[in-house]
Design a protein around this ligand. Structure first.
Ligand SMILES: [Cu+2]
Length: 400
């Protein structure tokens, strides 16, 4: 009853950068129609205690049909199906190279997952459209912070979907977005010297849209993250990071704008992402700085999401970095990953059009989780290598 489709490595279209991705040994795509889930089985890897993080080569999968994605969940299992500790996943990021981001021409950060978000979802009245034949790039990193050796470890990542055209209700289409204060294709973190630091970036959306939910990602000593309409001066969203007793950033509160039918953003306006830091140390912040927002939007009116341009230099550079330099993306991979914390617990208001707009929690470029990467900075618990922010994180993914 399960039809297994092996995702082909070479499935990428002609526009994709000419890179060889060796996927076949590591990824199997299984459709479970009765449960309306698509399962990506990724592995196996052996994870000796105390061993390094293991990053698989980038995997490609091809979507077998048109569908709306409503969420995801994942678990770790061994080859015989036994559940393993979720800590064995550092992060997984899904990137859609056949669509562009809202605020940049790079490929869409579809979602990022890690220890912080093992399951996310939204009501079926909204969903992220996925197209038959669409490609998914999957970046997975395993880790073993636990207390035993593990062998034959697999990630089972399940996307919850409904088939397009089925059911009585066609879901309202929503899309993830991700943007940060750094360049689209370069490193995502920056030095935070003692005292005050402010970083910002001006961006434009590719289409008029309504932001239905928004969250963010910062590092220690951040004091504020903002998203402003630079054309009108209006502050659309502002958040102060949540900090634990030790003074470390543990998250950024997310917001949803369902009752207002979303915060409108226009492609002929400019927007500014701003992050501020106040570093009390007399040395640069050890975890560096980041300022990223992510969330979900619906398109305003009957406009269409702009097509990606396979010849756009930023698109090409980002995709090449993503595929050939996973180390860089990893750091924070933004691809979603880390970042914006997806809207948890989003509930749909009853009645009214508003209902149609629930954000899709998980997706999101919200890099949310990806986290694994959390830098030393944001995790209360020590994570030795988390991401090396220091270096090269180029962004990658993202989603994370
Ligand atoms: Cu970060």
């Amino acid at each position: 009853m399960l039809s297994a489709l092996v995702a082909g490595a070479a499935a990428c279209g002609p526009e994709a950068p000419a890179v060889t991705v060796d996927s076949d040994d590591y990824l199997t795509l299984i459709d479970h129609p009765s449960e309306e889930t698509l399962e990506f089985v990724i592995g196996p890897v052996d994870l000796p205690l105390g061993g390094p993080h293991i990053r698989l080569p980038m995997q490609w999968a091809k979507l077998p049909f048109d569908a709306y994605m409503h969420g995801f969940e994942w678990e770790m299992r061994d080859g015989s199906g036994q559940l393993l500790p979720p800590e064995l996943l550092h992060h997984v990021n899904l990137i859609d190279p056949d669509n562009r981001e809202l605020f940049s021409p790079i490929s869409r950060r579809l979602l990022a997952a890690g220890r912080e978000n093992q399951k996310e979802g939204v009501p079926k009245v909204v969903g992220l459209p996925l197209e038959e034949g669409g490609r998914l790039l999957i970046a997975t990193m395993f880790a073993n912070p636990g207390d035993a050796d593990y062998e034959d470890v697999y990630l089972h990542f399940k996307i919850r979907y409904s088939r397009a055209g089925e059911g009585l209700i066609t879901p309202k289409a929503v899309y993830p977005f991700y943007v940060d204060v750094m360049s689209f294709t370069g490193v995502k973190d920056f030095e935070v010297p003692p005292g005050h630091t402010e970083r910002s970036r001006i961006v434009r959306p590719g289409v008029d849209a309504r932001i239905l939910g928004i969250g963010g990602h910062v590092h220690d000593y951040a004091t504020e993250l903002r998203f402003e309409d630079a054309t009108t001066g209006e502050v659309l969203w502002r958040a102060e990071p949540e900090v634990n007793e030790a003074g470390r950033v543990v998250g950024v509160p997310s917001s949803k704008f369902l009752l207002q039918l979303g915060k409108k953003i226009y492609k002929d306006h400019e927007y500014r992402v701003v992050v501020e830091y106040e570093n009390p140390l007399d040395v640069p912040a050890p975890g560096m700085g980041m300022g990223a927002i992510g969330g979900i939007v619906a398109i305003m009116g009957d406009a269409e999401w702009p097509a990606y341009d396979p010849n756009d230099p930023d698109y090409v550079l980002d995709l090449n970095n993503t595929i050939t330099a996973p180390d860089r993306m990893e750091g924070h991979g933004h691809g979603g990953g880390h970042g914006a914390k997806p809207m948890e617990g989003m509930d749909m208001p009853a009645g009214e059009g508003a209902a149609a707009e629930g954000p899709e929690g998980g997706a999101a470029g919200a890099e949310g989780a990806a986290a694994g990467e959390e830098t030393e900075g944001h995790h209360p618990e020590p994570e030795a290598e988390g991401h090396q922010h220091g270096g090269s994180e180029d962004d990658g993914e993202g989603n994370g």
